[in-house]
Write a protein that binds this ligand. Structure first.
Ligand SMILES: [Zn+2]
Length: 401
């Protein structure tokens, strides 16, 4: 995707890690956008190039600092999703520990990219002023309206409800090692935006709209300098019928050597009936176990998340969970039979499923815990709220709405 810029010079859009860094002349937040973490998703990179160009030499009107960062450079150059491993599944505790103490082996290009992005992130955190916002731009292999994928912390929730787009909460429970989960666990507002299909030209426009709205919502730019209403309407016109908050309740994982094929024609968010044929796996028909909405059906040959199923979260549940989290109701959970703290910092619970079988995951979700299966009998529940750097955001306009 080489492009000739306004001066007629050939530039390689994928050559540099930092697409642009704009330092405003007024103080404010630091906003970090990632594009092309998946190499077959260049729309985010193109949108970031566009916005950086539009805002160069306008530093006087910017509060804070904007970073636009390119993801898997190796894969972007080749138009492939990744080399050997998905760069958006590498950010696991074990691997990060090794990266920190210098023992991580760079066995493929994706790990090389991860190490470099890791250094870039920490360079920014260590040298810039907060509050920090991290946003990751993606596209999907199915047709879709724009939507947000958000780790379920109260800070994230409060920030993302400003966007006119459906919100998918709690994807992190179903995925190992997405970049944004790592950053969210550091306590920062961080989430993903999926603008449309990989190759649909509008995907770039929706990314641009999202970037401008983000700059406005964070307080980095004012309304008098950009037509924010226009960008709002660009997204709003696409999403007006599905502006809910959803949770995932099912994921089909494609195992190594599985012959998986999605039935053609599913759109993201499409309603499916009970028993409707969804896909075939190793010659077997996979049908919907109940009525629901299909989410992120896979129509590309790389990646092992076949499809998900989602349902709307009721607002009473969202409200109740905010209250319970604010009063730290979770501090009494370890008195329940079969539940005990797994860490001294009291942010992780070990749940014995045999003893605590009456307490469904839903109760822990309410308190902000996300579960991981440890073994046949135990769940590890980690609290997303414990790390939140809430103080840093308290002066932001959105926080006080
Ligand atoms: Zn992606």
């Amino acid at each position: 995707m080489d492009k000739v810029d306004s001066e007629g010079i050939e530039i390689n859009r994928h050559a540099d890690r930092i697409i642009g860094c704009i330092k405003g002349q007024q103080s404010g937040p630091t906003i970090v956008f990632f594009g092309g973490i998946h190499g077959n998703e260049p729309a985010g990179v193109s949108a970031l190039h566009q916005v950086v160009q539009e805002w160069q030499n306008k530093e006087a009107f910017i509060k804070g600092t904007i970073y636009a960062i390119s993801g898997n450079l190796w894969a972007l150059e080749r138009g492939e999703r990744y080399h050997k491993q998905d760069l958006n599944r590498l950010w696991t505790t074990d691997r990060l520990k090794k990266l920190k103490n210098g023992t991580l082996e760079t066995e493929n290009k994706d790990i090389e990219q991860m190490a470099d992005i890791y250094n870039t992130i920490w360079q920014i955190i260590n040298t810039e002023n907060g509050p920090f916002y991290f946003m990751d731009l993606h596209t999907t292999s199915s047709r879709t309206i724009p939507f947000l994928t958000v780790n379920d912390s109260l800070l994230n929730r409060k920030f993302v409800v400003q966007y006119p787009a459906p919100i998918i909460l709690g994807l992190e429970e179903y995925l190992d090692g997405p970049l944004l989960s790592y950053i969210n666990e550091l306590g920062y507002v961080s989430f993903g935006f999926e603008s449309g299909h990989h190759t649909q030209p509008e995907s770039i426009d929706y990314h641009v709209a999202f970037i401008y709205l983000s700059l406005y919502f964070t307080g980095c730019i004012n309304k008098d300098k950009v037509d924010i209403d226009r960008y709002y309407n660009i997204l709003n016109s696409q999403t007006v019928e599905s502006r809910d908050i959803f949770e995932i309740y099912y994921k089909h994982t494609i195992k190594k050597d599985d012959a998986f094929e999605m039935k053609a024609g599913f759109d993201n968010f499409q309603l499916v009936a009970k028993n409707q044929t969804i896909a075939t796996s190793n010659g077997k028909t996979l049908r919907a176990k109940k009525k629901g909405r299909i989410f992120m059906p896979l129509y590309q040959n790389q990646g092992d998340d076949g499809f998900f199923a989602i349902r709307r979260i009721r607002s009473v549940y969202l409200h109740l969970s905010s209250v319970l989290r604010r009063i730290h109701f979770d501090r009494i959970l370890h008195f329940l039979p079969g539940v005990r703290w797994a860490s001294d910092t009291h942010d992780t619970l070990l749940v014995n499923r045999t003893i605590a079988r009456f307490f469904t995951k839903k109760i822990f979700h309410l308190m902000g815990y996300r579960s991981r299966k440890l073994d046949k009998h135990h769940f590890i529940m980690k609290n997303r709220e414990a790390a939140s750097k809430t103080e840093a955001y308290k002066k932001a306009a959105w926080y006080n709405k």
